[in-house]
Ligand binder design. Sequence first.
Ligand code: RIB
Length: 343
Amino acid sequence: MRKWWVAISTIYEVAQKAGVSVATASRALNDSGYVSRESRDRVLAAAKALDYHINVNARSLTSGKTYTIALVLPDVTNPFFPAVARGVEDYASDNGYCVILCNTDGNARKESDYVRMLRSRKVDGVIFAVSVASKSRVSALTDDGIAVVLVDRDLGDSCDIVKTDNIAGALLATNHLIGLGHTSIAFISGPMSLATSQERFRGYHDALVSGGVSFDERLVVEGDFRMKSGYEAMRDLLRKPCQFTAVFAANDLMAVGAMTALEESGFHVPTDVAVMGYDDIDIASVTRPRLSTVAQPKYEMGWIAAETVIRRMCNPKASRMEELLQPMLVVRDSTVERRGASV
Ligand code: RIB
């Protein structure tokens, strides 16, 4: 039987072809340490000619690094998270790291399974958008010496974090509605177990108090950041005996669900009820009416999270790094001055 031998070139053959030492060839191929431009060019040309590929397993055995960053997200079907992931991947790949995506579906068991896998694979760093009470799972990673950066969702612990100032964002959203003359404003929150949801509720509440607008807890309904929960929350609000002329949903997907429920119930957006979202995902600019919202710097959040986790890998003893990004009000067609009677 014919034997098919695949010629797998080694670093020794690359060094010999380039006329340099193995150490020089290794530094040039791993971009680690000084190599003259002439030697680097010769090594890279030789590697190309020999179709040489770094053996990542051998490299990690010698360097103790896998050059791998894990990105743990709760819902890849929500366009907010792929926008963050784009920023992570661009920065990581520019700096020689690959990214593995872990989608937890907001499920504690899936989150635990992924943490167990990441510990066994010895990834260099984890960028973690937590979905449930995840402190123990984050600690399991850091106790193994794995660099962890929280993105978007805070745990109130010592972990590095990159997130938006959600209180400021919710203040922007609610004050925009108050500025349009709305004095009965409903709020559809995300899961109140999450810091982002608690922070947005606080911004909503503080804006009402500062604006002299009464707070009615019957106008607050909890969603789960998915479109269907925004639809159901609006149906729930419409069944209540309390009236409102505007609603602030804690993310765009729930705002779109709420708009659908309003239209199905015979109410016109925005003249009967103004609708405000949060995130500024692409769909917000194409709904009818186009959605007013609060933009989060999604790409930058991912880019900075990747930069932070690599800095943490290089300096495990550094003090906590926290990046608070600023939200931006985006006014479109779903919010107008109060006109009609409350619904
Ligand atoms: O849309 C998903 C929500 O979950 C976003 O607002 C983001 O901040 C995350 O917390």
